[in-house]
Design a protein around this ligand. Structure first.
Ligand code: KG4
Ligand code: ZN
Length: 392
């Protein structure tokens, strides 16, 4: 089986082609893996604006698709390059809200012979609705032209499964050690902070989530207050590391919100505001103070994340821990969580750096395990707030 996957939930347009052979112990081959990032664009404004993200996806997705097909060796041109009037009308209707994509689609896709693709996996949520629609409508348009079924994918399931892909290889099987079930997944990104219990692949329940800002969002907002570029996570992390290496000493302490609460929810908005008040009270921080704030903030955020994750791991007696989402690239979080899990003999898995942020390989994996739906299914709509069910 060959899967084309599409991810446009936030600020990365990502496409991948994954082939799968064998049933009981399938072998996966990443045949293509492409990302067009909008980070530079959004960095100018300090954050992601949904309509701007939508327009970028809409401009980028067709050219990126051609490059992706080429990488997988699936481009074959056809001489009679034309859609029937019916096809043109259907595509025009499907892509009516994405005029940039429509124009490129009608220009480029008629030249292609149907590639050997058996299903299309597309992210339907959670994320920015206008951005999600670009991917969904692109999937529908391809499905109409080539009669390929579509599998809707929950972006967060993608982040959970991203740890299945090992480092430095395009071909892999699902190893038993990837994660032992039940597994606890800490999903930390710019839009989400959740603890998810995974009983098996396809069965997920939320144990707790942030009640306000996501962890990555807090990193980004604090970075902005400190005059650091977007995305802020890596910047904060770099400066915090520097403060630790130089062994600077700071006397102020930031709160660890909800660290002692019995539930598995998080709150990062108060932590962000505490940084704001600190800056207001002590004046614009100099270079050294920026480093110290970064360090104290990272310590506070990681402490809460580690404490809650370990509480949940104990309560649900899980056999392994998975970390997913952009913030999983944070070194301090990785080191401290791994150390905290060791006495319980719990293995903590992280995605490779490349697959920690949004990508389409993880969407293809989730699509492999997911179910096909008909093209007019309600599941093929942008579901900005899509979420796993709550654990009873
Ligand atoms: O998963 P992702 O790429 O996109 C979303 O779905 O949100 O996550 C992006 C987030 C950003 O907030 C970014 O600042 C954060 O992940 N991030 C980090 C690090 N690298 C990326 N946060 C902390 N430390 C890092 N090293
Ligand atoms: Zn994500």
């Amino acid at each position: 089986m060959r899967i084309l996957s599409i991810e446009t939930s936030c600020d990365e347009t990502a496409l991948a082609i994954l082939s799968v052979s064998g049933f009981f112990r399938p072998t996966f081959t990443i045949e293509a893996h492409k990302i067009a990032t909008q980070i530079a664009l959004h960095a100018q404004y300090g954050g992601v604006f949904p309509m701007m993200a939508k327009r970028e996806h809409s401009r980028n997705i067709v050219p990126l698709f051609l490059v992706t097909l080429k990488e997988a060796g699936l481009v074959e041109n056809q001489a009679e390059a034309a859609f029937s009037p019916d096809q043109t009308a259907l595509i025009t209707d499907t892509l009516a809200r994405e005029p940039e994509m429509l124009e490129l689609f009608l220009e480029e896709i008629p030249h292609l012979k149907k590639p050997d693709i058996d299903r299309i996996a597309v992210t339907v949520g959670p994320g920015l609705a206008p951005a999600l629609w670009v991917g969904i409508n692109f999937a529908k348009a391809l499905s109409i032209i080539w009669n390929i079924p579509i599998v809707p994918v929950n972006h967060m399931e993608g982040h959970v499964l991203s740890v299945l892909v090992p480092k430095h290889t395009k071909e892999f099987t699902l190893s038993r050690s990837s994660f032992k079930l039940p597994a606890l997944s800490l999903l930390v990104s710019g839009g989400h902070t959740e603890l998810v219990l995974m009983k098996k692949i396809g069965s997920y329940a939320i144990l707790g989530a942030t009640v306000d800002d996501a962890a990555g969002e807090a990193f980004d907002k604090v970075a902005r207050m400190l005059g650091l570029p977007y995305p802020g996570g890596p910047e904060i992390s770099r400066l915090a590391e520097k403060a630790r290496t130089e062994n600077t000493h700071h006397t102020f302490k930031l709160p660890r919100p909800m660290i002692a609460s019995k539930d598995f929810n998080f709150s990062f908005s108060g932590l962000k505001t505490a940084v704001l008040y600190h800056i207001r009270d002590t004046g614009t921080p100099d270079e050294q103070q920026v480093m110290e704030i970064a360090r104290e903030f990272e310590d506070a955020a990681c402490e809460v994340l580690v404490a809650k994750t370990m509480n949940a791991a104990r309560k649900y007696a899980v056999k392994s821990i998975i970390v997913g989402g952009g913030v999983s690239a944070n070194k301090t979080l990785a080191e401290r969580l791994t150390a905290a899990a060791q006495p319980l003999d719990l293995h903590v898995s992280f995605p490779t750096r490349e697959l920690s942020t949004d990508n389409a390989v993880m969407i293809a994996l989730a699509g492999y395990f997911g179910k096909k739906v008909s093209i007019d299914s309600k599941q093929l709509t942008a579901q900005g707030n899509l979420s796993f069910k709550k654990e009873a």
